[in-house]
Write a protein that binds this ligand. Structure first.
Ligand SMILES: [Zn+2]
Length: 254
C-alpha cells in the first residue's frame, strides 16, 4: 500500500520534470538550468509553488505574483505520468522492468505533447531511446536482445518504406522522419510483434480521429495531423494488452 503511494508520488515528480523537457527541448534550452520561471512575469517559481499537481490546485491555476494563467498542460502531464507509474508498478512490482518501462512511457508522453504542440519529434529523445531499448533487452526477463533488434529493424524499416513510397507517389512528405525513428524506438523496447500491433492500432485510432477532425473543422485530407501521438498510444496499448490482443486475434481466425 505504502509502495503504491510512493509510485504515484514518484510519477508526479517525474511528470513535473517531463513538463520542463516538453517546454525546453523544442527551444533547445537546457533542461537543468535555470530553474522554472513564470512565462508572464518572469518571477522564479519557489519550490513550495512547484509541488506537482498540488501547487496547481492551491494556486487555482494562476501565478502567485501576476495571477497569469498557468497552462493546464502542467497538471495534466503530471497526472498522466503519476497514473502511468502507478499502473506499471501494479503490473511489474518493484523491479527493473518497472523502471525501464516507466522510462519508456515517460519518453512517449514527452514525444506526444511536443508533437501535438510543434509537429516535431525531437531526435534527442528517440535516438538515445533506441539505444536504451536495445540495452534494456539484455536485462528484461520478458525479452531477448534478438527480439529487440528485430523490433528496431522492423519499426524503422517499415515506416521508412511507407514514407519513401508515399513521397514517391504523391511528391510530398506525408510522414516525418521523426515517426520513423519513434517506431524504431518502440520496436527496440517492445519487439517486432508489438511494432505490427502499434502500426495497426495507431493507424486505426489516427484515421478515426482524422475523419472526426475533418468533419468538425471542415479541413481537407491534406491537413496532416501528427502521427506520433497515435503511435505512442498504440505502443502503450501494445505494452499492456499486446499478448491478449494477439491471442484474441489468432482465436478469431481459427
Ligand atoms: Zn507570473
Amino acid at each position: 500500500m505504502m509502495l503504491y503511494t510512493v509510485s504515484i508520488i514518484f510519477g508526479a515528480i517525474v511528470g513535473s520534470f517531463l513538463n520542463v523537457c516538453i517546454f525546453r527541448l523544442p527551444k533547445e534550452e537546457s533542461i537543468i538550468w535555470p530553474g522554472s520561471h513564470c512565462p508572464h512575469c518572469e518571477n522564479p517559481i519557489k519550490f513550495y509553488d512547484n509541488i506537482p499537481l498540488i501547487s496547481y490546485l492551491l494556486l487555482r491555476g494562476k501565478c502567485r505574483y501576476c495571477r497569469g494563467a498557468i497552462s493546464a498542460q502542467y497538471p495534466l502531464v503530471e497526472g498522466i505520468t503519476a497514473l502511468s507509474s502507478f499502473i506499471l508498478f501494479m503490473r511489474f512490482g518493484p523491479s527493473l522492468s518497472y523502471l525501464i518501462y516507466f522510462a519508456f512511457v515517460a519518453a512517449l508522453i514527452v514525444i506526444t505533447v511536443i508533437d501535438l504542440n510543434h509537429q516535431i519529434i525531437p531526435d534527442v529523445i528517440s535516438l538515445p531511446g533506441i539505444g536504451v531499448g536495445l540495452l534494456a533487452s539484455l536485462i528484461l526477463p520478458q525479452f531477448t536482445f534478438f527480439d529487440s533488434l528485430k523490433g528496431f529493424l522492423l519499426g524503422g524499416g517499415s515506416l521508412f518504406l511507407v514514407a519513401t513510397l508515399y513521397q514517391w507517389l504523391f511528391r510530398r512528405e506525408g510522414m516525418g522522419g521523426g515517426d520513423v525513428k519513434l517506431l524504431a524506438m518502440i520496436g527496440a523496447f517492445l519487439g517486432w510483434k508489438a511494432v505490427i500491433l502499434t502500426i495497426l492500432l495507431g493507424s486505426l485510432v489516427g484515421s478515426i480521429t482524422g475523419i472526426i477532425v475533418m468533419v468538425l473543422k471542415g479541413k481537407d485530407f491534406k491537413y496532416a495531423i501528427p502521427f506520433g501521438p497515435f503511435l505512442s498510444l498504440g505502443a502503450v496499448i501494445s505494452l499492456f494488452y499486446g499478448e491478449e490482443l494477439i491471442r484474441w486475434y489468432i482465436h478469431l481466425n481459427r
